[in-house]
Design a protein around this ligand. Sequence first.
Ligand code: SER
Length: 630
Amino acid sequence: MSLQNSYTWVRFPSRPPILMTSQEILEKYLEFYKKRGHKQIPNVSLVPQNDPTLLFVNSGMFPLVPYLSGEPHPLGKRLVNVQRAMRFAEDLNEVGDNIHTVAFHMIGNWSLGDYFKDEQLPWAYEFLVEQMRLDPKKMIATVFMGDKDAPKDEVSIKILQKIFSKYGISAKENERIFARPKKDNWWQRGDSLGELGGPDSEIHYFIGKGNAQGKDPIEHEKEFVEVGNSVFIQYKKTEKGWSELPQKNVDFGGGLERIAMVVQGKTDIFETDNFWPIILKIQELSGKKYKENELTTRAMRILTDHIRASVFLSMDGVAPGNKDQGYVLRRLIRRMVRNGRVLGIEKDISVSLVPIVCKTFSWLYPQLIEKEDDIKKIFSDEEIKFGKTLDKGAREFEKRKIEILNFTGTSDWLKLSEIAFDLYQSLGYPLEIFIQDIREVAPDIDEKEIEKLFNEKFGEHKDQSRSGAEQKFKGGLADQSENTIKYHTATHLLHMALRKVLGDQIVQHGSNITGERLRFDFNHDKKLSKEEIKKVEDLVNKIIEAGIPVNFEILPKEEALKSGAIHAFNEKYPDQVKVYFIGKNIKEAHSKEFCGGPHVKNTSEIGHIEIYKQDKIGENLLRIYAHIKK
Ligand code: SER
């Protein structure tokens, strides 16, 4: 089937049918908001900079946290973008249905203390109804019902009623608009103090049969897709509860892939242009059909989702490993190998799909074309390693075959689940493959029961061994405590000092800050000597002792570059940038850097810095750790 044929023409009685690719949807969205005074901000790496609480960028608002709290943004108060993001629910097992994906793109627009509900809500609907030609009769709105922290969002209800009436719909509460509690209609990224949040209003699009009217989208979850969420960020979490921020912000986010799904008239996200080319390739590799049976559909969805997420991660510099982001990538690749085998594809599954992903998304990420070969090599090495585990498992299965056949003969699913668990624990041999092996010799097994018993055992096991990486999935707020702000300014000073001591070729390759320390990666081919460390520390501490003011200026990018301000390696900057400098003025500053902030007001606030650890993390890459002396 060609990609063209995979779309459905969307028809409305009074409007012409339209056909839109995800690229066109995005272009229309950006144009819509640019016409309304918004400036586009970059789509940044999935790996968060300076946020130890979060493994992955998980929403479009991620880079905007400081500005929502009041820091001026160099591009102004109205912003728009598309941002790649990753979210994990309880675990990866949710992927496999018609809608859940690990990686997605969020289209977003923001008002940083500028417009509010009166503009945001009508615009959001105007875009979806008039630009995307979605049917307003299929839209159900939800709002915050109010509690001790904030009142019921009556203002949004009134605005929404006006919007619907424009499309000839009388929008009554509990028919078209549903007020819901905090768990559904309040948005905040995590639970720490300093967290920003507020009531939100969601737009749910009906994909079920019959009428949408009267159906609460949360209760009829399977019949709706959430296509947009306007968060009214106006509160900050403090020790005493939620208190009003000095400015009222709008944070709108909509899943590009989900919008594409309804615009393209599909009820399965995998049948849209973002995924379908990958499914086609898997069908070709496996000789099986997507809709052949539940097992093939699920395996193909998992493969399609995971390869996309893995390619994006690899594009952002993540390599398979045992920790943090690397651990996630490893798991994704391993699940691909397993699901490939479920479909009868024995080798090179991820490798064969990389070119399709690179091609499908080159319109958004032209760099993928260049990176394709490197990504293939990395995935191939990982697959070979995991393939060996699988071969070991298969040999063990052969050894225990008679025992296994005995249990299939007596339908002893408990014993079979125990063997499966044993193979899993000792060799990492996956359940799916084990079941596939048994089915070849005994087709009549109750695999659901074996899976259930296995999962019960696995549940106990998982609780004991939950990795740090998984816990971090739950997310949290970019920490803006006093300490992290101090370490942020200290990072600038350290960057400056390293360049003075080692030379101007030194560039930041990565930075990570917690409340206890800073970590800084830069290009250097050996560890620092004692003398070098001392020189760097002295330079930094002299400026801290001198009590130098810290300020910023917002400049056109060219001018900022000319000022000699340093900037992170490998990062795209918008046309207007903010430059933080440490000194009386930008010209004579000790340090000047492209940076969003926030920073301390004066270096005297920091306290003496000490470099306490260094690791060589690559051929020409050194990682140093520093903290404030107690
Ligand atoms: N931050 C909100 C979300 O992620 C809206 O952008 O849903």
